[in-house]
Design a binder for this molecule. Structure first.
Ligand SMILES: [Zn+2]
Length: 248
């Protein structure tokens, strides 16, 4: 069965960067955000171009964000705006640079958690916290034995996945329309590329590269905080309620 899917516009595709053809078809899907600073920059550019800040609408912002994203050396293949519109920025058979390869020296070991560098290197020692516990969130999601470079189908190379960039608002939040857009897009992509519809193949950048995730001190504890797509993207709700994947 072929699944017809038409993104908002194709005119943005591949104007800015050259990408290599994939040797293998995409092995998963990784969600990202370009962050609030990017969106503030987009808003500022629109104001410079004559828009009135208070009257900026999501459609104008989404369109400008898609154009700007497409000029960057690092971009995901797809973007979902605050409107919920889905923008295609690159063909899926092209490998874009959206999630760097995992360092062999870090993830190849079963004790990779010891090698994580929250707070910019050995920060967890200062707080007297067992480094393993900084990864509570990761263990809760995948299980303690799960090793990103061994257990994901893409191994050390998350760029073997298709990237989807979510446009945040100025508070880093997402809209319900955006979540619906993400449901449509993921359903299309898994059908198109035979990607298993589960929590091991539809992940966030934070999950795909957990050592890069940050930590903060909260009530005297050093804990892991999400960084991409940020704490306002509820990935569990997306998978189990919106996509209706069976919760393990
Ligand atoms: Zn990312």
């Amino acid at each position: 069965m072929s699944y017809h899917y038409e993104p908002y516009s194709r005119e943005y595709m591949a104007s800015g960067t050259q990408h290599k053809n994939r040797k293998v078809m995409p092995k998963g899907i990784i969600f990202h955000t370009m962050g609030r600073s990017f969106i503030n920059k987009i808003r500022n550019e629109l104001v410079q171009a004559g828009y009135i800040e208070e009257q900026l609408d999501n459609f104008t912002i989404d369109e400008h964000a898609a154009k700007r994203l497409n000029e960057r050396p690092y971009l995901a293949g797809w973007m979902i705006g605050q409107t919920g519109l889905v923008f295609k920025l690159e063909e899926d058979q092209k490998k874009t640079l959206h999630a760097g390869s995992l360092k062999k020296s870090v993830y190849k070991k079963d004790n990779w958690r010891d090698w994580g560098r929250p707070l910019g290197g050995l920060g967890w020692m200062k707080h007297g916290r067992d480094p393993h516990r900084v990864y509570d969130w990761f263990d809760a999601w995948f299980g303690r034995e799960f090793n990103p470079s061994k257990d994901f189908d893409w191994g050390r190379f998350p760029n073997q996945c298709i990237g989807i960039d979510l446009v945040p608002d100025q508070q880093g939040k997402y809209t319900l329309n955006q979540m619906s857009g993400a449901v449509d897009l993921v359903e299309y992509l898994v059908t198109e590329h035979n990607i298993p519809m589960d929590e091991y193949h539809i992940v966030t950048h934070g999950m795909a590269a957990p050592c890069e995730r940050g930590t903060v001190m909260r009530r005297g504890k050093c804990i892991g905080v999400d960084w991409d797509p940020g704490r306002h993207w509820d990935h569990g709700r997306f998978l189990y309620e919106q996509l209706e994947i069976d919760n393990k």
